[in-house]
Design a protein around this ligand. Sequence first.
Ligand SMILES: *Cc1c(COP(=O)(O)O)cnc(C)c1O
Length: 463
Amino acid sequence: MLTDPASTHGAAGWRDRDLAVLWHPCTQMREHPDVLPLVPVERGDGAWLVGYDGRRILDGISSWWTNLHGHAEPRIAGAIARQARTLEQVILAGFSHAPAVELAERLLAIAPRQAGRAPLAKVFYADNGSAGVEVALKMAFHWFRNRGEPARTKFVALENGYHGETLGALAVGDIPLYRRIYAPLLAEALFAPSPDAWLAAPGETAAQPAARAADALADLFDRHPGEVCAVIVEPRLQCAGGMRMHDPAYLRRVRELCDANGALLIADEIATGFGRTGTMFACEQAGIAPDLLCLSKGLTGGFLPLAAVLATQAIYDGFLDDSRERAFLHSHSYTGNPLACAAALASLDIFDSDGVLERNRGTAARMAALAAPLAAHLHVADVRQAGMVVAFELTRDGDRGTPFPAAARVGLRAYRAALERGVLLRPLGDVLYWMPPYCVDDAQLELLATVTAEAIEEATACA
Ligand SMILES: *Cc1c(COP(=O)(O)O)cnc(C)c1O
């Protein structure tokens, strides 16, 4: 039975119960509760998280980038409830159901397109982002096997990229904190320089690091002729890598290089998809379409885990054969779960009925205006924005060359300072960012900006 943990056992008692049984994600458990507070949440209400004591916390990071239209959004909640009374789950091998079919149709209809290129034509479901990345990697590899090109075994990934935590996804990720310890277990990948605009030298624009990274990718292809099966990228925005953004021109070069070298392009839009960077998908800003597109996180509006991998007809056709081994025999028990598909359909309906992308343009402009004054802060080296994401890079001297010592834990201090003031910010290292639910209103944005300024001040004061 669900009880109010705080009132039944007192705040301390509740914490003890949690720590007695739970192992939290992405957490050094030793830091609970002395370094890191543990925050019980009873319910969600739009952009707010509400505690058992009624305390409201603004969800500045959309609960790990999943939520789109607000917590407990009644239309999505209603769609899930209706679906649960009709069909909660059914095997998707040999069986089918309307939500899975309708969602596939609608995803294919809105997927990025590129003139002269065959559109994405088939949808394969998985049940979380990492699993979706595994699907795309295995599909790319297997497709070349089926074509009789067994030498194509290598993946190219970008430095500072992130694609999830399972072993295949970690192998194409480049965040040392998550990857280093598991390195002996990981398949070898080729890493190409990031196009990250932050890497621009003084006086350069975002175009130069993007051009250099594309040239380096061309060199990598030259050094591994006929060996690369796919390049995997997070288009426009490397999220876990510190909300680093790049010039869309880079993506056009990657698309050309993949085509010229016979390799597939996997776009991981698990975090950037569904309007996060200002367009429905980030690929649109470069006018490119990938061969494989990975979607998750916001796919269900942030209500349920689900992933979709969209593939071209050519990739799908490469698996058609009399042999079962040439088929894609990958499955997850909850593939295409009807509740998750119903939530995703309701989320897409909200994009249409509420004119979400249009409304977000106004919201993003207000975020820009509120973020601009923070650029003047002594320790803010960069303020950057891609649609509904704004990031603040903190350094010791407010320039690019002088990061805070890791031991100063500036990000952690900012996290605690913001939480005390009723805002959930969860910095990536020393990068603070705003990624609010799309329903965020002006007053909430002002709170976000005020608290961010105070958190930066407090976190950097004694570092
Ligand atoms: C979060 C994320 C993933 C992994 O998704 P999970 O559902 O957390 O496994 C993969 N790629 C990108 C770009 C992500 O941001």
